[in-house]
Design a protein around this ligand. Structure first.
Ligand code: GLU
Length: 571
């Protein structure tokens, strides 16, 4: 369902080359102001669901919820109603509101939840595909709360596109098929997944095959008619709890009471300024908004615009700022209902100036804080493609913006299914180690607690106070870096939305510096080496971001350019 108001650069823009590229791709996607609104999501079928809501006079919130539901169908590997998310709402007056739909640990979970019988931490692979990893899903409660505050269309209408996609089917694209193949060991272990996604030979269905999901359509129909209580109460909640408990070693897992007790929570947004732009996002339990604001705040004293996106000197400064921000996040950030997170202190301009003073433009500096084992950054692993999360942005004709990141954590989440959808493995975002040197880890497991996240749905207001960018990303620990680099791309380098998304990812991961494949010629690596960096891991980067950007010609919708080729549905 193509709509006239969405335009996108047709060509895939190759990642900008560090030190190699002198001219930037032309801006080809300026558009007239959208009459109904504009959306950006990882999959065009999900975008169409959002556009259908806007076309019926729905609000940005209505459209965002319809997108979240549609992504459950067409991008089941990444996000859905079996997971959680963060919702950031803003308007042209600058009022920003944030809702937390992060999953919670069941009452049975103690700080030893992710430890073996001998007390030592489990490995990620020992927990991920069991009930130990599944948190109480938050997306339906989040959607209901967002709809209560900002919805215009009836709740049931929001489900219509997702029900049609699930019942009538959608064409398998290359991304989903590749994901099913890459995760063959578990993606279709569930009998429903096998029936839906594989053919008679047990292999994932071919690209272009029509995938129908009757169980999921029936679940949506129940939710459309019954509201969130059809998820969190009664027989539905009992059946969901039973599904999770049956897959939990020892059987002492999620209960119907855990599910009934779930609430989406309003949180105070985190906001800061960067070169007179006001930037707001999600606070704890996400570390994402704080990390983005810290990185930018620490970089503000440098003339990044003069250095430009291809300069190894720029990447050095950015790396140093990342290292400082990530050191803080490892130590301080967890669920604010359980640990006291010094949000104001972490974002205090005087503190950021002191942290920034630690950045030596000529040399990599030691960074002081440690990283608890099992934290998302350490667990980032070696996968090249982001599969476990999806971000979408919506702007409606009344100037209301929604920035919503939705996740089931890893590709296909826990791989357990219920009601035709995948259940998350969000609890592996907790630290697997509960205490260190006798001190409790902020992000340890606790009963009812929400695991720390990296997700960073954000809104950027320009110096005149107008909405400028609605942005977010998937990619676990890389998310804050993706967001910061895209904001720098637009604000400092004057890039288009697509160009900003195409900037290469350069980031410290564990003890290596991840350099996105194809982005850094040898000369750039030796310059980074001369500045004290080393241990480079050149590989595909797990990036996947979406932007809505105001331009002089109108609002532009851009999605991750690296994904463009894999969205095809022709065999
Ligand atoms: N579960 C992760 C988080 O909340 C996101 C996963 C991903 O993007 O891969 O930070």
């Amino acid at each position: 369902m193509a709509t006239p108001f969405r335009a996108r650069a047709a060509a895939l823009i190759a990642p900008l080359l560090l030190g190699a590229c002198t001219t930037l791709p032309a801006i080809s996607s300026a558009i007239a102001p959208p009459p109904a609104g504009i959306v950006s999501a990882a999959d065009p079928r999900a975008e169409a669901a959002g556009e259908a809501m806007l076309a019926q006079g729905g609000s940005a919130t209505d459209a965002a919820i319809a997108i979240m539901l549609a992504l459950t169908v067409v991008e089941p590997q990444s996000s859905g109603i079996g997971g959680g998310g963060f919702f950031v709402h803003g308007d042209e007056r600058g009022t920003v509101e944030t809702l937390d739909g992060r999953e919670t640990a069941p009452a049975a979970a103690s700080p030893q939840w992710l430890s073996g019988p001998d007390g030592s931490p489990l490995r990620f692979d020992q927990a991920v595909h069991t009930g130990l990893s599944v948190g109480v899903p938050g997306n339906i409660a989040l959607a209901a709360e967002a709809h209560r505050r900002h919805g215009k269309l009836p709740w049931a209408v929001l489900f219509e596109p997702a029900i049609a996609l699930a019942r009538d089917g959608f064409a398998m694209n290359q991304r989903l098929r590749a994901s099913l193949v890459a995760n063959a060991g578990f993606a279709t272990n569930d009998p429903v997944a096998r029936r839906v996604f594989t053919g008679p030979d047990g292999q994932p269905q071919a690209v272009g095959s029509i995938i129908r999901q009757p169980e999921l359509a029936a679940t949506f129909e129940r939710l459309a008619a019954g509201g969130p209580s059809a998820f969190y109460r009664g027989a539905e909640a009992t059946a969901l709890a039973e599904r999770v408990r049956a897959a939990t070693p020892g059987g002492n897992g999620m209960t119907a009471a855990d599910i009934a007790g779930y609430r989406a929570r309003e949180r105070a947004p985190v906001c800061g300024t960067y070169r007179r732009h006001r930037i707001c996002g999600m606070g704890p339990p996400s570390s994402g908004g704080i990390a983005v604001l810290q990185m930018l705040g620490q970089l503000e004293r440098f003339e990044l615009g003069a250095l430009g996106p291809q300069s190894p000197q720029f990447w050095h400064l950015f790396l140093e700022s990342q290292r400082l921000a990530y050191a803080d996040r490892e130590l301080y950030i967890g669920d604010p209902d359980f640990v006291s997170v010094p949000v104001a202190g972490l974002l205090d301009p005087a503190y950021l100036a002191r942290r920034s003073a630690l950045i030596d433009p000529a040399r990599r500096s030691p960074v002081s804080a440690g990283r608890p084992t099992g934290a998302p950054l350490a667990a980032l692993g070696t996968h090249g493609e982001e599969q476990g999360t999806s971000h979408f942005s919506v702007l409606d004709s009344a100037g209301r913006a929604v920035s919503y990141t939705s996740t089931i954590e890893s590709a296909f989440g826990s791989s357990l299914m219920h009601g035709g959808f995948y259940l998350n493995n969000e609890l592996t975002d907790f630290s697997f180690v509960a205490a260190r040197d006798g001190r409790p880890v902020a992000n340890r497991v606790e009963d009812g607690k929400r695991p720390r996240s990296s997700m960073a749905p954000m809104l950027v207001y320009d110096p005149q106070g107008r909405l400028l960018m609605i942005i977010g990303a998937a990619g676990g620990g890389t998310i804050p870096v993706q967001i910061a680099r895209s904001i720098i791309g637009v604000v400092d380098f004057g890039l288009s939305a697509e160009q900003a998304l195409a900037l290469p990812l350069v980031m410290e991961v564990g003890s290596t510096i991840m350099i996105e494949q194809g982005s850094a010629p040898a000369a750039a690596l030796s310059q980074l080496e001369a500045l004290g960096h080393g241990n480079f891991a050149v590989r595909a980067a797990p990036v996947k971001a979406n932007i809505l950007l105001r331009t002089p010609g109108g609002w532009v919708s851009a999605r991750e350019p690296r994904m463009a080729a894999s969205l095809g549905t022709t065999p």
